[in-house]
Write a protein that binds this ligand. Sequence first.
Ligand SMILES: [Zn+2]
Ligand SMILES: [Zn+2]
Length: 346
Amino acid sequence: MKAVVFEKFGETPTIQTVPDPEPALDGVVIKVEATGLCRSDWHGWMGHDDGISLPHVPGHELAGVVVAAGSQVTRWKAGERVTVPFAVGCGHCFECSSGNHQVCEHQSQPGFTAWGSFAEYVAIDHADTNLVRLPDEMEFATAASLGCRFVTSFRAIVDQGRVTPGEWVAVHGCGGVGLSAIMIASAMGANVIAIDLTDEKLAFASKIGAVATINASKTPNVVKAVKQITNGGAHMSMDALGHSSTSFNSIANLRRRGRHVQVGLMLGEHARPQIPMDKVIAFELEIRGSHGMQAYRYQAMMEMIRTGKLKPELLVGKRISLDEAPAALMAMGGFEGIGIGVVTRF
Ligand SMILES: [Zn+2]
Ligand SMILES: [Zn+2]
């Protein structure tokens, strides 16, 4: 099969012909029809993720068609249209047994712990636990765009952030994660403030539900601005970028008993950020991480998509070919264009 391969961290990936994958006994092989471009792939390529061994095929936001299933798979067969969360749970450990596959002790991650979906085919283990059936009307590009950022934002806003109607929600960073969070939080009835460095992204944030915007490049004190707009601070706030300053602001702009959810990856120089811990205690703030979403929780999100409350297709950005993926991957270290780029031609 054709795949994007890198042999050394930080070196230009190339298109190569590599052996087709075989399904594990409890796994499937999926013909990839669409795969999203994500900053996590850039981190992996840069060598920020210890789970990767070389040579490596990146890609973890995928949708496609099952072409082969192992003998132990009972729920899936060739021809079914599917997607999969980026954290693939083993189905047997304590966390999986308690319903928390997103933090499975033995999780595999396509594109990190195994070869990923920047390829014509990808193997996914533990298929019965992890595959999600796609509604017939959903395009593969939209389904791939859910894989990481949209589902992570759904869990961050709904399950971890516990947003309720009428609350103020601040979203720091309007890349794929941030825009997803804005759409989801406003569908949940919250008043959302979008914060970013570019007016273009903020204008798009307003279109998909933000009621207020802050351009952080023109605002000397973002925390103060959030407090003014919200009359005292946000109830829930999210760092969707993953940077020491956005993480700090997202905690510092909360009102008493507010909830911060960290979704943007904090890697490399940002791995150990400063936290206003004095305020965390005095205000009884909550700080939570959010890491993907369990396959069984897709159902609720898919219903909101089916009824038109959520429109993830609006967040699909440019569509490119696999041949263009190496250059696009290397560019992900900079700021993304609007929406989620997707490889749709292989
Ligand atoms: Zn597990
Ligand atoms: Zn991703």
